[in-house]
Design a binder for this molecule. Structure first.
Ligand SMILES: N[C@@H](CCC(=O)N[C@@H](CS)C(=O)NCC(=O)O)C(=O)O
Length: 219
């Protein structure tokens, strides 16, 4: 059986788990936190979370894991059947990761983890996020999903990436990021109300206190 290694508060971990849940797949979750132990590095070469344990071995990197799930797990399809449609979904996934998730993450320490964000980081991240959001406004097609009416792999990234990045942008810049992408707020609301996303968000909220205590004990 597939096993997802990660922890409940990780939005990347939840993207993977949502894809498996939406496929209707049976899988196990193994609680692991990012680490640099040799045995974990053999599974996830950067020591990051999540990684997926398959019958043939381990796979790391969320977007790659999502593609593996799409290829290997029976159930509903989350990529269009035509090459251009698939490429458009992959473009959205890459853009969400590179231009929303990664810059927003630079502000997590000050907003989510009880630390402080250096002024320079705060200054650097804003134009990057604004450019990313403007680019996504040109790219996404927000209806039931972020790339049209069908649920796609891009939705599993969007539903865990945008709300957290949006919360950070609101707190640091007083900026309602999602409002700048036509239809995105309603789409995220619909995606977030899916039983799979709701369950994972509830688990993430429930795990937050423990996670913060863990960070504090390691500081
Ligand atoms: N590029 C990785 C990023 C995953 C990632 O950054 N996960 C976080 C937890 S949410 C992590 O492991 N952080 C520890 C680190 O960056 O070393 C992916 O797509 O899976």
């Amino acid at each position: 059986m597939l096993k997802v290694h990660g922890f409940a508060v990780s939005n990347y971990h939840n993207m993977v788990r949502m894809a498996l849940m939406e496929k209707g797949a049976a899988f196990e979750t193994v609680e692991v936190f990012p680490n640099q132990n040799e045995d974990y590095l053999a599974r996830s070469p950067m020591g990051k979370v999540p990684c997926l344990e398959t019958p043939e071995g381990f796979i790391a990197e969320t977007s790659v894991i999502l593609e593996y799930i799409e290829d290997a797990v029976p159930g509903p399809k989350f990529l269009p059947s035509d090459a251009y449609g698939r490429a458009r979904v992959r473009q959205a996934m890459k853009m969400i990761e590179l231009y929303i998730e990664l810059p927003a993450r630079r502000l997590f320490p000050g907003v989510l983890f009880g630390g402080a964000n250096p002024e320079q980081t705060v200054r650097e991240v804003e134009p990057v996020l604004r450019r990313g959001v403007a680019a996504l406004a040109r790219t996404l097609d927000c209806r039931a999903g972020v790339m049209g009416d069908a649920l796609t792999l891009a939705d599993f990234m969007a539903v865990f990436s945008f709300p957290l990045a949006g919360m950070v942008a609101k707190k640091v810049y007083g900026w309602n990021m999602a409002a700048e992408v036509p239809g995105l707020e309603a789409t995220l609301e619909g995606l977030g109300a899916r039983p799979t996303a709701k369950q994972l968000s509830d688990e993430s909220r429930a795990g937050m206190a423990d996670f913060l205590a863990r960070l504090k004990s390691r500081a």
